[in-house]
Write a protein that binds this ligand. Structure first.
Ligand SMILES: NC(=O)c1ccc[n+]([C@@H]2O[C@H](COP(=O)([O-])OP(=O)(O)OC[C@H]3O[C@@H](n4cnc5c(N)ncnc54)[C@H](OP(=O)(O)O)[C@@H]3O)[C@@H](O)[C@H]2O)c1
Length: 362
């Protein structure tokens, strides 16, 4: 698939990664060997070294440069019914990667092309040409941007807010995971569309960033808060018109008690539950959905892939106008992938979490 990412940005000189020689002689892979109970351990996700693969008919080999770490990967490791089949045991853990084509048996890709797709936690991935997206023009932007603000993460915020939340000027938007990759951008889109935006994040530094850099109107530090229901009531005195749901659990219960009439909950994720070993009881306060004639709607960014060019154009415009700020946290070396993955669940990540697989020593 070819995506036209032209958003009117200037095109810089030939990027350095195209000149980077491929020096590795083995393919490091992180293999899912058993379904994790709780946070995945090195016994669940095992490192191995294999030969660099060859492409079959219609396939390409990608030298992965960067890999996106997403909370959803934890769900793909489990065998609970979901929107994707589980990662098969014995296979590399899946992730969206961006890399350079080093071998091609397809007329659609040449060696040196930049390819993006759902691949593995590995140095080299074999992909069918059909499943990969060729980035024709990276506009001189860092490749990591195509995993963050101009990739699925930014598009989650864009389509979740514009198509599901449908904010109206003057409404109160409450965002959980507000300092995270998705939440921080969702809140800023809400601001652009005229909402009063309140975030919920963990810790002083994250809360400061949400207000000072991202321009949220207010923020709640849930880690320093004894009574989240009361804190939301104080910060959202007219009730919550739109709740961007990234977290679930007790946080959702506290928000439910603060809904405005005809509130909408944009159900993006439930990260607080992803490592539960036992299923926890459902939200206690769901009755409020009826009491407030409210609505809760789930969505998947994958449903919007055909519309990504529209979302990328809008996001690119806002970036050029300085209306959107975002953070990327790039962890060096594939060997650190599992520890880095834990950062999503203990809150150590600040912004979009990416592993630099291929060119960290350039
Ligand atoms: N529907 C879709 O298509 C779609 C697509 C992408 C992502 N998502 C969802 O969007 C959410 C955010 O993903 P992201 O990639 O942007 O990650 P992220 O927010 O950058 O990182 C995860 C953050 O979640 C917070 N967190 C983790 N465990 C928590 C807990 N038990 N209670 C409260 N907060 C907790 C931490 O922030 P604090 O330090 O503030 O606690 C952590 O930094 C996830 O739920 C993810 O599954 C959905």
């Amino acid at each position: 698939m070819l995506v036209d990412l032209s958003i009117g940005m200037s095109i810089a000189a030939r990027p350095q990664y195209l000149e980077t020689p491929v020096s590795d002689s083995v393919n490091r892979q992180f293999i899912l060997t058993r379904r994790p109970a709780g946070l995945p351990t090195p016994e669940d996700v095992v490192r191995r070294e294999t030969p660099i693969p060859e492409p079959g008919e219609g396939e390409i080999v990608i030298r992965n440069l960067y890999m996106s770490l997403d909370p959803a990967i934890r769900g793909w490791m489990s065998d609970e019914p979901s929107y994707l089949p589980p990662i098969p045991l014995g296979s590399p853990v899946w992730a969206t990667t961006i890399g350079r084509v080093v071998a091609s048996n397809s007329p659609d890709f040449s060696v040196g092309d930049i390819a993006l797709g759902l691949n593995g936690w590995e140095d080299y991935s074999v992909s069918s040409a059909e499943a990969a997206t060729r980035l024709e023009d990276t506009m001189g932007l860092p490749l990591t941007n195509f995993l963050s603000i101009l990739g699925a993460t930014g598009m989650t915020s864009y389509f979740g807010m514009v198509d599901v939340g449908k904010p109206r000027a003057g409404e109160t938007l409450l965002v959980s995971g507000a300092a995270g990759a998705v939440g921080s951008v969702s809140g800023q889109i809400g601001k652009i569309l005229g909402c009063r935006v309140v975030g919920i994040a963990g810790g002083e530094d994250k809360c400061r960033w949400v207000v000072d850099e991202c321009g949220f109107d207010d923020v709640i530090d849930y880690k320093a808060c004894d009574d989240l229901t009361a804190a939301i009531a104080e910060k959202c005195p007219d009730g919550v018109d739109i709740y961007w749901e990234n977290v679930g659990g007790e946080m959702l219960d506290a928000v439910l008690m603060n809904l405005a009439e005809r509130a909408r909950i944009v159900f993006c994720g439930w990260i607080s539950t992803y490592n539960d070993v036992e299923k926890r009881p459902g939200p206690k306060n769901m009755w409020q959905i009826l009491a407030k004639s409210a609505r809760m709607e789930g969505f998947l960014v994958s449903s919007y892939v055909a519309q990504f060019p529209e979302g990328i154009a809008a996001m690119g415009q806002w970036l050029m106008e300085g209306k959107i700020h975002f953070n990327e946290q790039v962890v060096d070396d594939l060997d650190n992938a599992l520890d880095a993955f834990h950062m999503l669940f203990d809150g150590r990540n600040t912004g979009k979490l990416i592993v630099n697989i291929g060119d960290f020593d350039d």
